[in-house]
Design a protein around this ligand. Structure first.
Ligand code: GLN
Length: 497
């Protein structure tokens, strides 16, 4: 009764007094211990969670409402949590205890969520595998059916969050998405992940990677849960100057709504070169959508192939500027016995940052340097505008949503040759980065399993700004048709609790 719960099921069980929040939280900590080798959490929040669970039970007894009241969730270690260590997966913040709460975690606490702990992630959210974390890799709770010896990564950068939800050591989790870090791990893990419109979720207290692209989003077991959690997370925040003042609808109202007459676009730029399995999946999804009364329209997005290269200029450029604040002086890791001030900066940063972070800082500094600014950074910004216009004129003027695969491949092992080559790793984001470049909302929904490996595959829906409503409606139809909960039974789980 206490396992495999969605947010919705947990709330119903708590309200009906089938179990208490204290029982639920205790059970989740028991499972967290059993699944310790997945390395999904960096820091646990045991005492506070027990305390909050007791308080939630008192509120429930008094019939006090809260959309997440008493529900145990996990928080990506990128969100500052007051008094609870927040590392961003980096040595440079290994001992950082924030004196304030991020707006996202605060909003979730306000709705009664219980934050079990902080989840592992790629260092400063840079990665697609969770292999760049200072705290070590994260593993999925399942393996390839064809080879159960190989441990698989959950994708990244929100890999700890995805593995935690997939292993049911959190009911749901937060992620952050700069180029796909909510959607790609969700797809690898057989979960739902949505990156909302830029500005919908406050970035206050979310450790910055690339500020014009970063957005928080939920990673959940169902589309309905994603709607419940986004309801709690979204909203204007005066502490974030890029937060947008719009009325937030109740996204739950759009889950399960008829999608008859909606137009779904498929662009050849997103289907060329796909594997047979992926082509078959997309055809299947198109058929479900046709059956639900949608129209499928071929569209042409000529600028789509430029999204990834422009992302890998813009994101490192912004990162190099954002990460300038970690200097060993104000806070964070400081090198021992420096010879002078230069030595302090150099060694603190050399020892504090990992390889991928250094690669991004170097790339970013290079493309922003006076000699190359126009050739790289400025050009990437122009391309960004072209992509925005292309999507406006050739996608959203004609269709409600664009359908693509979420990732070109399924979850891989640590020894996969792809993991040794940064550029191959960057290709993981080929379908996801566009939504960040244009500021659009996009969701990943699990729809099927790959051939003999039986690993999850996800499709993505991208919408115009503030079209989360249509995204939830179409995603829920796809979810229902796919019946992934049933497909999951064919997967090879590492059995534990
Ligand atoms: N994988 C992408 C990168 O490494 C996206 C990361 C993210 O969305 N945080 O930049």
């Amino acid at each position: 009764m206490l396992d495999n719960l969605t947010i919705k099921m947990a709330r119903t069980g708590l309200k009906n007094k089938d179990f208490t929040s204290l029982e639920l939280v205790t059970r989740y900590f028991e499972k967290i211990e059993k699944y310790e080798d997945l390395n999904a959490y960096i820091t646990l929040n045991y005492e506070k969670s027990i305390d909050l669970a007791k308080k939630a039970d008192e509120k429930i007894a008094k019939n006090i409402e809260g959309s997440m009241l008493g529900v145990p969730i996990a928080m990506k270690d990128l969100f500052c949590t007051d008094g609870l260590r927040t590392t961003a997966g980096s040595r440079i913040l290994e001992n950082f205890i924030p004196p304030y709460e991020s707006t996202i975690s605060q909003n979730l606490l306000n709705e009664g969520s219980i934050i079990l702990g902080k989840t592992n992630m790629d260092e400063f959210a840079m990665g697609s595998s969770n292999l760049t974390s200072y705290f070590g890799p994260v593993w999925l709770p399942f393996r390839k059916k064809s080879d159960t010896d190989i441990k698989l990564v959950p994708g990244g950068s929100s890999g700890g969050s995805a593995a935690a939800v997939a292993a049911d050591i959190a009911v749901a989790a937060t992620g952050s998405d700069t180029g796909g870090s909510v959607r790609q791990p969700a797809a690898f893990s057989g979960l739902v992940g949505i990156k909302p419109t830029y500005g919908l979720c406050s970035r206050y207290g979310m450790i910055a990677f690339a500020s014009s692209l970063d957005q928080a989003g939920p990673i959940t077991k169902t589309v309905e849960d994603a709607a419940i959690m986004l309801n709690a997370m979204a909203g204007y925040d005066k502490k974030d100057s890029t937060s947008i003042k719009v009325e937030i609808p109740n996204y739950l109202d759009y889950v399960g709504k008829s999608i008859k007459g909606m137009k779904i676009g498929v662009a050849k730029q997103y289907t060329e070169g796909l594997s047979d399995v992926n082509i078959a999946i997309l055809e299947q999804v198109k058929k479900w959508l046709l059956d639900a009364g949608c129209e499928i329209i071929d569209i042409n997005l000529e600028t789509a192939p430029y999204a990834l290269p422009s992302y890998y200029i813009i994101a490192p450029a912004e990162a190099s500027s954002n990460l300038g604040r970690y200097d060993g002086v104000r806070y964070g890791y400081r090198a021992n016995a420096p010879k002078n001030i230069d030595d302090l900066y150099v060694r603190s940063r050399t020892e504090g940052f990992g390889e991928e972070v250094k690669r991004r800082i170097l790339t970013g500094t290079y493309v922003l340097s006076s000699g190359y600014y126009d050739a790289y950074y400025n050009r990437a910004l122009k391309i960004r505008e072209m992509i925005k216009k292309d999507f406006k004129d050739n996608a959203f003027a004609k269709v409600d949503l664009v359908l693509t695969m979420t990732t070109p491949n399924t979850a891989f092992g640590i020894d996969d040759p792809a993991t040794n080559d940064p550029v191959t790793m960057y290709l993981n984001d080929i379908f996801t980065v566009t939504a960040n470049i244009i500021g659009s909302p996009a969701i990943s929904v699990p729809v099927g399993l790959s051939g003999n490996d039986k690993l999850p595959l996800g499709v993505q829906l991208i919408g115009n700004h503030f079209c989360e409503k249509s995204i939830f409606s179409v995603a829920s139809v796809i979810e229902k048709s796919a019946n992934f909960a049933e497909l999951k039974k064919e997967m090879s789980y590492v059995s534990k609790p």
